[in-house]
Design a protein around this ligand. Structure first.
Ligand code: ADP
Length: 474
């Protein structure tokens, strides 16, 4: 075999093996392609199998979050997910039974509290009669005593009168307190001039201020500042603050201030007295807390400030203070300023910018709401689903809701609203028949309004909720 033949054989062998090599590479590529295709297909199948039960579990959790303790179970063949679903179901059932226990405990506590208030109230009434007799007879004896008898006996009579006045005050305060606790009275709010009322209170306490050797400073504006208040209760709050300022100020002054800001009127009583230590301040508005004054000669019941706070909140106001030990205190009550428009028209016009949605099937109530909210940008819906769509497009400033609606009823709609973070915080007024109020309390509405709807009450509530939202934003 010559050299040329050897080369040609070698070349043909080389090209043969190259072809085999190419075939192997092509085979390998095809193998991997098929392998990855199969893998991709399986992953897709698996993710589809996972997606629906996981979404189902999320929905179960959301349902439990809004109080549906026994949500529907999603189907799955994956054992691990099956176990998670079982756990979620058990969690819902446990929450349901804990809630039932909690409600029962709450009811028992309420009943116990009612019984306690009733006991306190009847005891106080029982105490009042003999106390009044003691006070009356002591006064009579004092009036009838001749100058010759004056001296030791007179001092005893003074003591009896002082002690019985103090006890009467204590019994009065306890009666007020227990009546607020048991029935939360509705206060009739009127237009009141805060400045004039403060002046009147200052005149009332002026002799006491003088007796204590203090000075009274009035820093009041020249004109009236109108607030929404119950005059008797507001006077009681101011007199209580003034009486505290006098009692706890051994020397110096007591001042009164009044100013309006951001729709609120603030009435302040300042003193240069003993002040309150930082550590004691958190207990200040707690009933029967005298913060270390119980063993002193300063008379008191420890109930005045907690009563003031209750009255402030019943008048839709708030109370606050600033105090430093040995440097004096500043207590204030803030009440909503009287809106000028409410003077002429008790149904105050709602700001045009206020978007109110109203879900309602009853034609009469729809008309009533139109009349109650003059000026508001009001949209009414009889179908809950349409209402939800509208809310998703643009949330309302206030939502008024009846329980009965087409599509989604009021309760379901509320649950849907709570599932949507963009609607969180939207004020909702739920109209409810009086017998269903308890059942509707846990649904998360901002306010429940008993049927038949009182248009004035509705107008006031809407104004209030809108104002709260605005002040929150500020
Ligand atoms: P009291 O009948 O004891 O005055 P209050 O509820 O009015 O009850 O006040 C509770 C406690 O708060 C008082 O006992 C006192 O310790 C403290 N306190 C209230 N007002 C003042 C004040 N102006 N200066 C200092 N301490 C005060």
């Amino acid at each position: 075999m010559d050299e040329a033949q050897v080369f040609s054989r070698t070349d043909s062998l080389a090209s043969h093996y190259r072809s085999i090599g190419y075939l192997l590479i092509a085979g390998l590529l095809i193998f991997y392609l098929i392998f990855f295709l199969i893998m991709w297909h399986r992953v897709r199948l698996l993710s589809n199998k996972l997606k629906s039960p996981i979404t189902g579990i999320a929905t179960m959790l959301q349902d439990i979050g809004v109080g549906n303790w026994r949500p529907l179970r999603p189907d799955t063949q994956i054992i691990e997910l099956e176990r998670i679903i079982d756990d979620v179901q058990v969690m819902g059932e446990r929450l349901e039974s804990s809630l039932a226990l909690l409600e029962q405990a709450n009811q028992e506590a309420q009943e116990a509290s009612r019984a306690k208030s009733q006991f306190i109230s009847s005891m106080s009434h029982e105490l009042r009669t003999p106390l009044n007799a003691i006070q009356g007879f002591a006064q009579l004896l004092q009036m009838n005593s001749t100058p010759a008898q004056r001296g030791g006996e007179q001092d005893y009579l003074e003591e009896i009168l002082l002690a019985s006045r103090h006890l009467n005050q204590l019994v009065g305060d306890i009666l007020d307190w227990s009546s607020i606790q048991s029935e939360r009275p509705r206060l009739d709010l009127h237009k009141v001039d805060a400045v004039a009322l403060m002046q009147a209170c200052a005149e009332l306490v002026a002799p006491e201020i003088q007796t204590h050797g203090l000075t009274l400073e009035l820093c009041l504006p020249p004109g009236p500042l109108w607030v929404r208040a119950e005059p008797r209760r507001l006077r009681q709050v101011l007199l209580n603050l003034l009486s505290n300022a006098i009692k706890y100020t051994p020397r110096g002054s007591v001042s009164l201030r009044c100013a309006q800001e951001n729709g609120w009127v603030r009435m302040t009583v300042l003193d240069t007295g003993i002040g309150i230590a930082d550590a004691l301040q958190p207990m200040l508005f707690e009933p029967f807390q005298r913060l270390g004054q119980e063993n002193t000669a300063i008379p008191g019941t420890g109930i005045g400030l907690s009563l003031c706070k209750e009255y402030a909140s019943l008048m839709q106001g708030r109370m606050g203070f600033h105090s430093e030990a040995h440097a004096g205190s500043r207590f204030w009550i803030e009440l909503p300023a009287w809106a000028p428009a409410t003077d002429e028209n008790p149904r105050a016009p709602i700001s045009r910018a206020t978007r109110v949605y109203h879900g309602e099937r009853n034609a009469e109530r729809r008309q009533l709401v139109v009349n109650a909210l003059p000026g508001a940008a009001l949209e009414q819906f009889d179908n809950g689903r349409h209402l939800l769509d509208a809310l998703e497009r643009q949330p309302a400033d206030v939502l008024l809701l009846s329980a009965e609606l087409e599509g989604l009823d009021g309760q379901e709609l509320l649950r849907e609203i709570h599932r949507r973070p963009q609607l969180a915080g939207m004020p909702v007024i739920l109209f409810c028949p009086p017998d269903q109020a308890e059942a509707l309390v846990g649904l998360g509405a901002s306010a429940l309004l008993a049927l038949p709807v009182d248009p004035l009450e509705l107008n006031r509530l809407v104004q209030e909720l809108v104002r709260e939202e605005l002040t929150d934003v500020i």
